[in-house]
Each structure stands twice: as structure tokens, then as C-alpha cells.
Design a protein around this ligand. Structure first.
Ligand SMILES: Nc1ncnc2c1ncn2[C@@H]1O[C@H](COP(=O)(O)OP(=O)(O)OP(=O)(O)O)[C@@H](O)[C@H]1O
Length: 746
């Protein structure tokens, strides 16, 4: 780029910043005006004495409108302040077919138009025309917009780094955002929060972000391929596309845990969007558990137990069965029958030989008039009908009783006579009211028990006896007998309960992102589909990172069947960005059938696999490694164990002068620095350096352990060290020695 061009860009930036400043002033002025209007509206209303309900309704509507406007002004001012620091990061010169002159298109986190001419000074990165910045280098290019596909030629592509209103660097790139800039971006130290990748979104990621043709978008990709990043930027894109119909309150992110939720919480605000609603599946479980007469097993208790070297095979059989497609289908069949046949053999309700509710009326209401309601509600409605009819009979009987008591002449006080008649009527009808109660009460927990206790799951569905059925029956009954619902029973039970009682659906949620989707079972998807009936979905995951042993999680195909949407697309990412080439090579080698994964051409030292003789030596070696990493300027170091119990053992051995923190619970705070934590909480996070403690055969020898080890190692950006004591994990022992060293040289 010659000097003249550099000067042009410097002037262009100055002009843009002037415009941004002016617009900030206007925005702040209108914010002040808006605040005054709001206060004046409030004052006038109270001065006028409140008014009638029509006035009040109007007043509330006015206030809501003014508040919404105020919020909007506030956000655009915040956006402009961000733009004052860094208004754009890219430029393309695009000549549309049939046009002679190119248009200079500057791309930033928001749009800005010239106050006087109205022309765009900056295009929002989500604008249709901006997609070419991510999709093309110089040469023929095209983009889609409501008017159709626009074609043309890109004659220049320029990238900027503007910090605090100053150009730090700018360069022209021939290709799409290429490896060089990525290398630079990725060679930095990891933060305790994830950051936006808006200025370096890759073409394959851009396709995910901008897809609008599918109601369910599945994204599968190796560790570090930007699945979470793409999903979050997709949220920003959807919010931009549908400003009128979609707000941040209509979008929900389902995170694996709150640590992860906190980790990703900066991305949207960084690009000027409000954070969306966040939730974990455990939040839903906890809310449901609060109302149950049985204790739900905590996820951590379950995981800690299942991650021990030799969990009870009976429990393993139970976990496999409860998350299997067989059980899912069996339960669905059972629920279908319950929804249609439950009342088939219910008797007529009679009092003194008079039928007040005929036998066929059960079916008439249950599968007819009330068929759209959940069964519990249907029975309640029918009960109300019967009670109403019964109350007429009760009045008649009471009157008869009163007359009988008067004729008997044993009592003359009117009040006492009435009370006696009431008691006698109640006693006479007790059998009927008890019968009614019993027929119309559906105790969900008891119903669930009966599936196993009395074999109803099979007898009612006619399905063949599955392997290990007796073990599963006994296990389930034994747990429930103790008042405990085991973790593997929670999703099927909550689904069962939801179908019978109804789900607390959230129709306002219009888009749901599921991260770490490889850990969800079919039942979980089914529950989510009921909770969010009106939404589209972005579901991202990596089957190689399934860290819950024995659980039969849903494939993407099973997930889409469970969600019940046909308009789906499975998108596969193939490039990984997080780790150095060397770390990535070792991670890929841990998987037996890893497909080809491309990496950014970023090199670093080989991973290190060290044998330590005993725990005293391990303590010393870890201490010196951490110190060496810190001395080299790496700021986030993850000491990652298989279980929380192991993390708690390792934590006290870490030199406390490096101020380590221990993270063992899903809602613990997560800070940058030296962090000791179990693998299942480190999911989705990343560290400059990862130290894998106890990489022995005791911890990592079964096939499911392989995925845990892979997940841990893929958290590393720049350095990876694995320690073992006696025998290394077979997954390590089988590695090609060229992939690692036995001694660190840092
Ligand atoms: N286009 C990109 N430009 C710059 N950095 C990127 C890009 N895509 C991803 N990254 C970075 O790569 C790292 C991994 O991204 P992310 O966490 O989104 O991947 P993931 O596929 O969700 O990973 P995992 O499955 O391991 O949790 C992050 O540091 C992210 O900022």
C-alpha cells in the first residue's frame, strides 16, 4: 500500500470519527430529551389524579413505548461509543456488474451513514453486502439480498486494526482472511472470557452464521473449530435480520453449565448486542425437583461416581437403558396408550342406584372434548363435571336426611339437625367420593414406579423384554424406594411428567442455541422441544467430546426426530483454530477414527508427556512447569483432572504463591490464572497451557475415557503437558513418539 493510500485511509478514519462523535452528541441529546419526556408524562399523569382504567391503560402503553425508545437510544449510544474506538475492520471495493465505478464498502460492528448525503460510511458486518468480506478475496464475488443475488468484482480487500481511534495496522489481502492474521490473533494469551471473531470469521463459519433457510441447523466440528463462536455470531446476525420480530429476550442459549455461560457472556455485548437469555438443562431440572416428593440425584454426584474406575455394572446397565432409543420408544408408546386407553375400563358413577356419570362419558370427555389437554388436566376437568352432578344429588340426600331426623324426633335444634344430615350424607357417599378421587388422580411418580415395579412398561406396550430388564427393574425400584431419582432417570421422568401434567412452555422463545449438544439424550431434546414450541434451533456439538460415560446420547438424526422438525441441515466444520499444530496433531491421534481436520498454520513446542515417580515428584514437577509457563507470559493455566475428587486432591499440592483457584462446582466462579478443575467443567473453555494430571491407565483406559482425555487436551492453545505415574494410559502409550517429547525444553 503506497503512502498516498495510507494517507487516504488516515483521512477517511478522521472523517468517520468526526461523524461518529457528532452522532454521539445527537444521540445523547435525544436521550436527555427522551428522559425529560418520560418524566413529564409521569408527572402529568399523577397531577391529573391517576384517571380511570382507560387512562391507565393508555398511560402504561405510552410509558412502555417511551421506555423502549429510551432503551433503543441508550444502546445505539453505547454502540457509537464502541465505534469511536474502532469504527471498522475491513474494506472491500466492489464493482457491481453493469456498473463502472467500484463502491468502497467499509465494514464494522455497526452501520453509520453520512448525516448529509445519507450514504453509508460503514456497513454493519451483518449487512448482506458485508458477507462478501468473509466469503471472497479479489475477483468475482456475489451476495444475496432481498432483491436477489448481486454479482460483481472485488478489486480490493483491506483489513484494519483500529484501536482507540488509531490505525494500528492495515494491509491488503488477496485471499479471504488468511492464516497469517489468524496466526496473529490466535497466538495471544487466552482470556477468562471468550471474545468476538467478527473481523476474522471464516467462510465456512459465515455460512452457519447467515443461514436462514433451515429451522434446525446442526453444526458438527472438531474441538476448537469455532462452533460456539459461530453460534453466538449467528445470534447477533438473527437479531440484526429481524429487528422488529426478534429481541434478545426471544433468544435462549442452553449452556452445559454456568461457568461456560459466564465465559461466553462477553461476545454479544462486544459487538453491541444485549446478552440473550441463558439457561442450563440443570436449571430446569432444579426447578422441577423443588416440587417433587423424591430427591433428584445431583449431576456432580452422578458424574463423580461414574467416572471412578469401576462403577457398578448394574448401574451402568441402568444408565444405558434409560438413555436408549428402546426406552424412549417404549415410554412414548406407553404414554400414547395412557392418553387414549386410560379410562376405557372406568366404571359408571352411581349413587343409590342412580347413574350420575355413565361409563362411556369417561371416554367421551377423555379422548374427545378434553383430548388436547394433558391427561392430568383432563381427569381434573372430568372430576369437576362429576362433582357438579354429585352436588345436586348431595342436596337431595341431605334434605331427605333432615326430614328423617325431624320425623325421628330425637333432635330439635335446627343447626344440629343440618350438621347431622351433612355428616350422614358425607358418610353415605364416602365410597363414591373416594372412588372418584382415586379414578381422577394421576400420581406421576407412582405411575413411573409402576412402569418397573409391575412391569407395566412391557405389559402395556407389548414390547419384547430387553436385555438386563430384571437388573433395571430392581435398580429403579431400589432407588425410588430410598426416595431418590437417579440422574439417568431424570430426563425420562421429566418428559413423562411433562406429557402427563403439561410443560411450562415458553412460547416467547423464538430461537434456541444448544452448545455441547453431544451430551444430550433424546429425552432431553424432547423436553426442550416441548418447552420451546415456537422456535428455530442452532445445535452445535462434537461427538468426540462426549464426557458422560455410558450415556447413550442422541445422534443429530435422533435429535431432529425428537425435536420433530424436518427442515434441518447438518453443517460440518473442518478447520480447528484453537491449538497449535503440534497440540492438535496429538489430540487427533488420541481418536482412532478422527476424520481429517485442518489447522491454522500456527506452530509451537511439541506436547510433553512426563512420567513422575510418585506424588512428591509430581508436585515439584507441576510447580516448576507452572512457574515456567508464567515466566513465559502465559496467563491462563488449566490443571485438569478427570474428577472433582482428584482436583481437590491436587489443589493443595499446587504452590499457593501462584494463587491457584479450585473449581469443582457448576456455579463456581472462573478466573484467569492457575485453575484446577475436572474435565467435565472445563468443557468449552480454553487455556494457554493445559496440565493433565494422572494420565495413567487407571484413569483413562476405557473407550469412553478416550473422549475425556481428548476433551482435556483440546483445551490447550499453546502448551500441553501430560503426567502419569506408573503405567501411562493406553491411549498415550499408543501414540507415535514423534508427536511428543518426554522432557520439556522451556
Ligand atoms: N474465525 C476465527 N477467527 C479467530 N479466532 C477464531 C475463529 N474461529 C474460532 N476462533 C477461536 O478459536 C477458539 C475456539 O473457538 P470455539 O470455542 O468457538 O470452538 P468450539 O468448536 O466451540 O470448541 P470446543 O468444541 O472445543 O469447545 C476460540 O478462541 C475462538 O475465538
Amino acid at each position: 500500500m503506497n503512502q498516498q493510500e495510507q494517507n487516504f485511509e488516515i483521512d477517511r478514519l478522521a472523517k468517520t470519527l468526526r461523524q461518529v462523535s457528532e452522532q454521539i452528541q445527537i444521540s445523547e441529546q435525544s436521550s436527555d430529551n427522551q428522559r425529560d419526556t418520560l418524566q413529564a408524562t409521569l408527572r402529568d399523569y399523577w397531577k391529573s389524579g391517576g384517571g380511570n382504567s382507560t387512562d391507565e391503560a393508555q398511560f402504561i402503553e405510552t410509558m412502555d413505548r417511551q421506555r423502549a425508545l429510551s432503551t433503543h437510544i441508550h444502546y445505539s449510544a453505547r454502540h457509537l461509543h464502541k465505534m469511536l474506538k474502532s469504527p471498522y475492520f475491513g474494506r472491500i471495493d466492489f464493482t457491481e456488474t453493469d456498473e463502472r465505478r467500484p463502491e468502497m464498502i467499509y465494514i464494522g460492528i455497526g452501520s453509520l451513514s453520512d448525516k448529509e448525503t445519507g450514504s453509508f460510511l460503514i456497513y454493519d458486518w451483518r449487512a448482506p453486502v458485508a458477507s462478501m468480506f468473509y466469503d471472497y478475496g479479489q475477483g468475482a464475488a456475489a451476495y444475496h439480498c432481498p432483491a436477489g443475488t448481486i454479482t460483481g468484482v472485488i478489486s480490493l480487500k483491506r483489513q484494519f486494526k483500529i484501536v482507540n481511534g488509531q490505525i494500528e495496522y492495515m494491509f491488503d489481502s488477496d485471499l479471504k482472511i488468511d492464516d497469517e492474521i489468524l496466526q496473529q490473533l490466535l497466538s495471544k494469551s487466552a482470556d477468562d472470557k471468550m471474545h468476538t471473531i467478527v473481523n476474522s470469521i471464516q467462510r465456512e463459519q459465515n455460512q452457519i452464521i447467515r443461514d436462514q433457510a433451515h429451522r434446525v441447523l446442526f453444526v458438527e466440528g472438531p474441538a476448537g473449530s469455532g462452533k460456539t463462536s459461530a453460534a453466538l455470531h449467528r445470534v447477533a446476525f438473527l437479531l440484526y435480520q429481524d429487528r422488529a420480530g426478534l429481541t434478545s429476550q426471544n433468544v435462549l442459549i442452553l449452556s452445559p453449565n454456568h461457568i461456560f455461560g459466564d465465559y461466553i457472556s462477553s461476545v454479544l455485548p462486544e459487538i453491541g448486542e444485549e446478552n440473550v437469555v441463558q439457561m442450563t438443562f440443570q436449571d430446569y431440572v432444579a426447578r422441577s425437583a423443588a416440587e417433587m416428593p423424591v430427591q433428584f440425584e445431583a449431576r456432580t454426584t452422578y458424574l463423580e461416581y461414574m467416572l471412578t474406575p469401576n462403577p457398578d455394572p448394574k448401574r451402568v446397565a441402568n444408565i444405558r437403558f434409560k438413555s436408549s432409543e428402546f426406552f424412549c420408544q417404549a415410554l412414548l408408546r406407553y404414554l400414547d396408550r395412557l392418553a387414549s386407553d386410560r379410562v376405557d375400563n372406568y366404571p359408571a358413577i352411581t349413587v343409590r342406584g342412580e347413574t350420575i356419570f355413565y361409563q362411556d362419558e369417561w371416554r367421551h370427555y377423555y379422548t374427545g372434548s378434553f383430548a388436547m389437554m394433558p391427561p392430568v388436566l383432563r381427569l381434573e376437568k372430568i372430576k369437576t363435571i362429576i362433582q357438579k352432578r354429585l352436588s345436586e344429588v348431595i342436596q337431595r340426600i341431605r334434605q331427605e336426611k333432615i326430614e328423617e331426623i325431624i320425623i325421628a324426633g330425637e333432635e330439635i335444634n335446627e343447626k344440629v339437625i343440618k350438621a347431622l344430615a351433612r355428616i350422614q350424607t358425607r358418610d353415605e357417599l364416602r365410597a363414591t367420593t373416594d372412588q372418584l378421587e382415586q379414578l381422577t388422580t394421576l400420581d406421576v411418580l407412582n405411575e413411573y414406579k409402576q412402569l418397573f415395579k409391575h412391569n407395566r412398561l412391557l405389559t402395556e406396550t407389548g414390547l419384547a423384554i430387553p436385555a438386563d430388564w430384571e437388573i433395571i427393574q430392581k435398580q429403579t425400584c431400589a432407588f425410588l424406594q430410598k426416595g431418590l431419582l437417579p440422574y439417568e432417570d431424570i430426563p425420562p421422568f421429566l418428559y413423562f411428567q411433562g406429557i402427563l401434567q403439561g410443560f411450562p412452555a415458553k412460547p416467547d422463545i423464538k430461537h434456541v442455541i444448544i452448545d455441547e449438544a453431544q451430551d444430550y439424550t433424546s429425552f432431553q431434546y424432547k423436553i426442550l422441544a416441548q418447552l420451546f414450541p415456537n422456535c428455530s434451533w442452532t445445535i452445535v456439538g462434537d461427538p468426540a467430546q462426549a464426557v458422560q460415560p455410558y450415556l447413550m446420547t442422541a445422534s443429530f438424526k435422533e435429535a431432529s426426530t425428537s425435536i420433530g422438525v424436518e427442515n434441518t441441515l447438518l453443517f460440518r466444520l473442518t478447520k480447528s483454530y484453537r491449538s497449535t499444530r503440534e497440540i492438535q496433531a496429538l489430540c487427533q491421534a488420541l481418536l482412532p477414527d478422527a476424520g481429517e481436520v485442518f489447522s491454522v498454520n500456527r506452530s509451537g513446542p511439541l506436547p510433553v508427556i512426563v512420567q513422575v515417580q510418585q506424588s512428591r515428584e509430581q508436585t515439584a514437577v507441576i510447580a516448576s512447569t507452572i512457574q515456567a509457563m508464567l515466566d513465559q507470559g502465559w496467563r491462563s493455566i488449566g490443571v485438569i483432572t478427570k474428577t472433582a475428587a482428584q482436583a481437590m486432591t491436587v489443589y493443595p499440592t499446587i504452590d499457593h504463591t501462584v494463587r491457584p483457584s479450585l473449581v469443582t462446582k457448576e456455579d463456581d466462579e472462573f478466573y484467569r490464572g492457575v485453575v484446577v478443575m475436572p474435565a467435565y467443567l472445563a468443557k468449552g473453555l480454553e487455556f494457554d497451557a493445559v496440565l493433565v494430571v494422572n494420565a495413567d491407565d487407571i484413569n483413562y483406559s476405557h473407550d469412553q475415557d478416550r473422549h475425556i482425555l481428548y476433551t482435556i487436551c483440546t483445551r490447550a492453545l499453546h502448551r500441553l503437558v501430560l503426567y502419569y505415574t506408573d503405567t501411562p494410559s493406553p491411549f498415550i502409550a499408543r501414540l507415535d513418539p514423534a508427536l511428543y517429547k518426554n522432557k520439556p525444553d522451556w
